[in-house]
Design a protein around this ligand. Sequence first.
Ligand SMILES: C[S@@+](CC[C@H](N)C(=O)[O-])C[C@H]1O[C@@H](n2cnc3c(N)ncnc32)[C@H](O)[C@@H]1O
Length: 303
Amino acid sequence: MDRTLASILAREQRAYLARRRGAWGGHLEAARAFLGQGLKEAQGPALVLGAGSGLEVPWALAPPGTVGWDADPWSRILTFLRHRRWAPWVFQDLTGGMEALRATALRTARQPWSGRVRVTRAASRRLAGLLGSLDPAAGSLRAWIAEHRPATILSANVMGQFGVLAQRAVEEAFRGARPWNDEEDPLDAALRAWTARAVAAFLEVLAESGADLWLLHDRGVLFGEAPFRLGPLAEPWTAQLEADLPLEAEDPLCGVDVVGAFRGRSVEGHQRWVWPVAPGQVHVMEALRIRPAAMVPGRVPGA
Ligand SMILES: C[S@@+](CC[C@H](N)C(=O)[O-])C[C@H]1O[C@@H](n2cnc3c(N)ncnc32)[C@H](O)[C@@H]1O
């Protein structure tokens, strides 16, 4: 991953770790229990995607040789400081498409003759048009899995970050300005479509990996102070929200149906919980385990 993108990730991670964590206890307990179970059941080294600083990952339970994957250049050392574990690590972009996205945004944002940034409607619309031709296909992840064949993969709260990083990369190309206005803006729609393709490709690679999968991610984000409860598990996730006032909900996975990406596979332990990340920002977290077809209890492989 190029240095600018890596430093954006490092900045995001610093901001994440600097937040007041007083209300995070329930989330951290649930996340560590879920990911910990995945590590305990792993037969051989696992692969931990979005390993970060290990706040949610109980590395003490990880089998020897377990690999962390996170493009934040500080993630491995922060994991070492937190867990005293110097794990093998991959620092590449999981989407495989961030550098092309950034290069396209830079080309569009700068005047070719002067190199000056132009935060104009025309530049924003041009970028919206170009984003449609980009294909974040998770190529590095696909290649790594084909070579190393991990039997267990944990996706540790990373999928919901693909769209955030894409937005930051575009803002950075426009020198910190946000070149789109609202949800009606074509650039906002194009970024959401790019994110949906990145999430779908990531899930496709996981589905084809043949590994036992433990997926933890932001299923939704709610903004504002309106109180709400989570009702019984329902699809889509918004059907689970119980509130007396209208809620402002955002889908960080941009419409991708996670369970639908694993049709015919056994989904277990499907759970959702609420994580109050900051005042006025609550995440609905989702955890699910997807066994490889050959592992489904009672199933004859190949039948
Ligand atoms: C919400 S944090 C997860 C925290 C982590 N599970 C922990 O226990 O500390 C998301 C992580 O995903 C990483 N990340 C986000 N987008 C990425 C990408 N495209 N490629 C690789 N890593 C990425 C970030 O650097 C960050 O550490």
